[in-house]
Design a protein around this ligand. Sequence first.
Ligand code: G6P
Length: 500
Amino acid sequence: MTPKTHNRYDFVVVSNRLPVDRIISPEGDASWQHSPGGLVTALEPVMQATDGAWVGWAGQPDLEFEPFVSDGIHIVPVALSADDIENYYEGFSNDTLWPLYHDVIAPPSYHREWWESYVAVNRRFADAAVAVAAEGAVVWVQDYQLQLVPKMLRTARPDLTIGFFNHIPFPPYGIYSQLPWRTQIIDGLLGADVIGFQRVADASNFQRAARRLLGSVTKSAYIEVQADDATGAASRRVLAKAFPISIDSSSFEEMARDPAIQARAREIREGLGNPKTVMLGVDRLDYTKGIGHRLKAFGELLAEGRIEVEDVTLVQVASPSRERVAAYMQLRDEIELTVGRINGDFGTMSHQAISYHHHGYPREEMVALYLAADVMLVTALRDGMNLVAKEYVASRFDDDGVLVLSEFAGASDELRRSLRINPHDIDGLKDAIVQAIEMPRVERQRRMRSMRKLVLANDVARWSAEFLTALRAAGDNNATDDDDDALGELEVTIERIRRR
Ligand code: G6P
């Protein structure tokens, strides 16, 4: 990583987390770690082709860094203090918005000081983006932590073309309307030219909220924003539409074809005592994921003798997440108590019912797990998309494996050949698990083949190209000559992404 002096960029991504994390070892040594998330893989080619910049937080308190270059991406760090982390990140983002946007599965907390911190930190991200965005640049803001940034950018810099993508669900109005700051958030988002959502239902929930709270007029996917006499801003049209996100599908397939990873998959099965069926769950340890519902169904199947512990093992990877938020601490206790009970009740000296792992793993190990798993369980109570479901499908180049998928995950709109379940219906979930275990190979192949075709075609490159094409079209509407430069460059980039 080389230091870099301040510069101005034609394409700027703004997200809460940077594509690199500052890691502090127990010995106190600091290093940068590339975080291999889906968004990073999606936007890496765009960033490299446009000489773009990424504005975000490095994941630790009080880190002040000058911009630098990492893997060809210009990194512009935004510092968060311990107070910002408590109020803006753990508080408003993850204890107000996260539960509210996920159908109040956990009760959201509303605190005025958290809101104030959210406004102040959104302002800091917006200021950082304004400082590095060239005249007429395209700025793409990501996710629920930064919903006020689009309007802040538009007010400061009417020359910018602004996109926003919401990675999580947008709730129905009856739930959304609980939020004391509901109008400010909609107003903040409407600063964008294009607002992307995971599902059609999310986009229409948002449109309804804009109609109800701001009296906005909507026409198909467009929302009319009135001219503002106070600021002199002209009237505009905002596109609010579904752009379902995806993964770098071919890289998962490539890894799965690696003999070393296949050997690791065999080793995993052997380590589990070579059961007839390996079932797998992979989630951040989050109450939206329905891990408890999955464990309940599994425990009942064992108790009723519909499955035997010698035949079926459930591997549950629960990666640590937001560990200082109370709801997450409580969830960990509940899940680990349940895992302990099931293992205590049904395990034998040679077979454990559940192989539970409170860790994150590198992508290679995940792909080996996907290959080792006959049945993948995705039982989310609410999920924007659920990329794990797509990763499992992309990895199964052997056209085998059964995906059990919650209808409350965005992925179920596309993966219609999965065994779709309602995780609240425990009997239905149990039947689906048994059906998955017993499914004949021809049917497994038929379903997997059709889902693979879809996931390979609709990959993350296509997602970003489609979003940016919509953004480019929106930008054209009010472009000046300088904007034309940035938008023209974007055009070339979109072509490159498409050809990749
Ligand atoms: C979800 C959100 C992301 C977030 C990720 C991990 O996928 O949509 O914005 O980065 O969870 O959560 P964290 O709080 O660790 O960033």
